[in-house]
Each structure stands twice: as C-alpha cells, then as structure tokens.
Design a protein around this ligand. Structure first.
Ligand SMILES: Cc1cc2nc3c(=O)[nH]c(=O)nc-3n(C[C@H](O)[C@H](O)[C@H](O)COP(=O)(O)O)c2cc1C
Length: 375
C-alpha cells in the first residue's frame, strides 16, 4: 500500500460520505425502544446534570466525536473544527485512522489538534488489521499516541469494510493476539471499536479477556462502510451493495455487550438525536458517539459542528426531563419498552426484555397506599 493510495482513499471516503447515500436500509433498532413518559417529572429542567467521567477527565455531556479522518489536506480543517467544538462544549474526540501519517510523517499535521483543544480527552486510531498482518508493531501504536498527544488509542475492527473494499486486506488471523499485545504494552487505555457493523457478545467477551478498557460498538443503522466501498468499486455488481445491511443493529449490540461484559461502552452507529442518545444510555451504554452528522458541518466551521452537538445535548436533556432523570445514573434506572425485531432478537439470544420495562418498582411507589390493586 503506497502512501498516496491511503491519502486518496481518505479523500474519496469524505467525498462519498458527503455526497452519496451511505446509510444502511436496516435501522439501529432505536425505533423499537420507547422510554416511559412521566407527566410528573418532579425536577427543574435547568438542574439536569449530564456530566460524566471519561478517561479520567470530566465531560459536560456523554458524547464522543467519533473517528472520522486525517491524512488529507481537507482532513486538517475537519479535525481542527471538530476539536474546537469538542473543546468549547467539553466533549471528547477521536481522530480518524492515523495510517496515512505512519506511512508519511509530513501528514502528521492533519491530525494534530492539541493546540486548539488542550484539555479534551483525545483518542488516536489505528486498524487491527495492520497489527494482525504484522505490518505494524507496538512502536507504531506508541507513535500514534505520541504525535497527537492522545489519552487513549482506538483500534478499529473493520472486517466488513476490508471484505467489501476493492484493495481490502483480509488476514485477520492474529487479531486477538495482536490486540492483547497492544493492551499489555501500550501504557495507555485501549478502546476497541467497530466501524458500523456492531460488536456481538462473543466478540465483547474476547475483548474483555484481552485487556481492552472500553468498547465502542459502532453498530448497524448509521454509516455503512459497505455502502461507502460500493461507490469505490468499479465492478458492475459491487459486493458492498449486497452487504450494506450486514451487522448487528446498534440497540441490540448495546444490550449484547452490556449483558456480557463489565466494560464501559460507547454506543455509536446511527445516533442521530438526543432521544437516541438517551435510549442508548438507558439500555446501559456509558457514552454515545457520532460521526456522519458532524462531517459536513466540520468542512465548514467549528460553529456549525457546535450547533449540531448543542441540539443533540438539548434533546438529551429534554428526554431526561420527560422521564424524570436528574442525571445519567438516574436515566439508567428508568423503564424502557423493547418491542419488534429488537425484542425478538434479544429474546432469541436468551435475554429477558421484560426486566428493562419494569425497573421502577411499582410496589415501592405504592407502599403508603391502602388498596392493593397492583399486587
Ligand atoms: C467519513 C468517515 C470516515 C471514517 N473513518 C474512520 C476511521 O478512520 N477509523 C475508525 O475507527 N472509524 C472511522 N469511521 C467510522 C466512525 O468512527 C463510526 O464508527 C461510524 O461512522 C458510525 O457512526 P455514525 O453512524 O454516526 O457515522 C468513519 C466514519 C466516517 C463517516
């Protein structure tokens, strides 16, 4: 793989994601979830607290700007705008795959955002495939952390993308050993993330065993990298078109991972509103992540990025108000009804969806009332 090829591919990804329909037609599953409305919220909306801790730093809201780009001229502007927005709003940010800069040091400046975002939790990014096929070693992982002054490194899993990419690399034989090795030797927390096809409970358990600190599920229902690659494929029937709905919908992946590991979870893949964010957190995610909704605004200005994020935060707070949750911990105790295909999947995997709908103990609420209608 030559450096120009990587740089060109990065540019193509940005153009395709802005200009084409790259959404899977299968959805996140959030449409199968309903938070129970409480007409007596008993809180003042202005008291709602969305702060939380991420990588030992405080976030004003549980939102991570997902890995998007780096390695091309346009990427420099995008990353700076994203970083300024994250800094101003007290959020975290990941840069896109740093492969381009590992191949060509002159591209490092397209990822370096510390000057404009001195205190945010910043996440580096490299692909598991480059470690599995021995192209990269632990020195490259340390370098990726160092040249952007990151607080953690995200290792992305993208077997679907590689399988649908004309020039894809499919040697994932050593993926688990490679990830374990990075976790043991990096000296910084390792986040493992998917790229739009979700994490199963089996994968999550393996990642926990490997020493991963955080899982970013990046599930199905938002950006489909299979669809993105289909636009780059010159074949008459691109394989990416056939696989654009492949994967685990985001809502399902959140439950699979939270039920099978104790690791903190970032829920991403098709988070498009503060209601989606609230549902993800109510299901058990600790944070949410967004990529595509921020891409076009980031080609314009930091203010455009901020507007999108401020809207999401406002919607999240409104949802918390309407379910009577003062903070994120309370949101996790609220009742959420799971129906449709999401319920069917989870029940088939042996997960009881009724417990999510009956967390608020009705008997407790009624304890000072004489009649026993709801016994
Ligand atoms: C233009 C673009 C480039 C991306 N590049 C990367 C990348 O380099 N590394 C990575 O881990 N994920 C990458 N992603 C995936 C996102 O981080 C995220 O997991 C995925 O897009 C799902 O979120 P969304 O539905 O909000 O877009 C990229 C996404 C987009 C839209």
């Amino acid at each position: 793989m030559t450096q120009n090829k990587t740089e060109n591919r990065k540019k193509e990804h940005i153009t395709i994601c802005i200009e084409k329909n790259i959404k899977s037609t299968k959805t996140t599953g959030f449409e199968d979830l309903t938070l129970v409305h409480h007409a007596l919220p008993s809180i003042n909306m202005s008291d709602i607290d969305t702060t939380c801790t991420f990588l030992n730093k405080t976030l004003k809201a549980p939102i991570i700007i997902e890995a998007i780009t780096g390695g091309a001229k346009i990427a420099e502007k995008i990353n700076k705008n994203l970083a300024i927005a994250a800094n101003d709003l007290g959020l975290a940010m990941g840069v896109g795959s740093q492969r381009a800069a590992i191949e060509d040091q002159t591209l490092e400046s397209t990822y370096t955002v510390r000057k404009v975002a001195p205190t945010i939790p910043l996440i580096g990014n490299l692909g598991a495939i480059q470690f599995s096929n021995n192209e990269y070693n632990i020195k490259d992982a340390k370098n990726a952390i160092n040249f952007i002054d990151a607080n953690a490194l995200a290792i992305h899993l993208n077997p679907l993308q590689e399988a649908t990419q004309p020039e894809g690399d499919l040697d994932f034989k050593n993926d688990k050993t490679a990830i374990k090795n990075i976790c043991q030797n990096l000296g910084k927390p390792v986040i493992v993330k998917e790229t739009g096809a979700g994490i199963s409970r089996e994968t999550a358990i393996e990642l926990e065993k490997s020493g991963v600190a955080i899982i970013d599920i990046a599930g199905l229902g938002g950006t489909s990298f299979s669809a993105v690659e289909s636009y780059r494929d010159k074949e008459k029937q691109p394989i990416g078109t056939v696989f654009k709905n492949w994967g685990i919908p985001t809502a399902i992946s959140i439950v699979e991972v939270t039920k099978s590991t104790k690791l903190p979870i970032i829920a991403s893949g098709g988070i498009r509103s503060g209601i989606d964010a609230a549902k993800a957190i109510c299901l058990g995610a600790n944070y949410v992540g967004l990529a595509l909704p921020l891409l076009k605004p980031a080609t314009k200005s930091a203010n455009d990025v901020k507007k999108v994020l401020q809207q999401i935060i406002h919607e999240l707070k409104t949802t918390m108000f309407l379910v009577g949750a003062k903070n994120l911990e309370e949101l996790k105790t609220k009742d959420i009804i799971i129906t449709g295909e999401t319920k069917e999947w989870l029940n088939t995997r042996g997960i009881d969806t009724k417990t999510y709908a009956n967390r608020e103990n009705i008997k407790n609420l009624r304890k000072n009332i004489k009649d026993v209608l709801y016994q």
